[in-house]
Design a protein around this ligand. Structure first.
Ligand SMILES: [Zn+2]
Length: 68
């Protein structure tokens, strides 16, 4: 079963199966976080919805982001 991971640094998301260390291919962070998003749901989301999800996730987890 695929799982959805998010990078706590840049918000990039990816699906992963059976891997412990998930690396972000966008910023090189080697410790992506597991989201509670189900793969089936993620697969049905548009790019915009995924971006919104990533934004909310980062906000909820209070990761300092780059200043606007
Ligand atoms: Zn990243």
């Amino acid at each position: 079963m695929l799982k959805v991971y998010i990078c706590p640094v840049c918000g990039w998301m990816r699906t992963v199966s059976r891997r412990r260390d998930v690396e972000c291919h966008q910023c090189g962070n080697s410790a992506m976080a597991l989201t509670k998003l189900e793969y089936g749901k993620y697969a049905g989301m548009s790019g915009r919805e995924r971006a919104d999800y990533a934004e909310s996730w980062l906000y909820i987890h209070k990761i300092p982001s780059v200043e606007e």
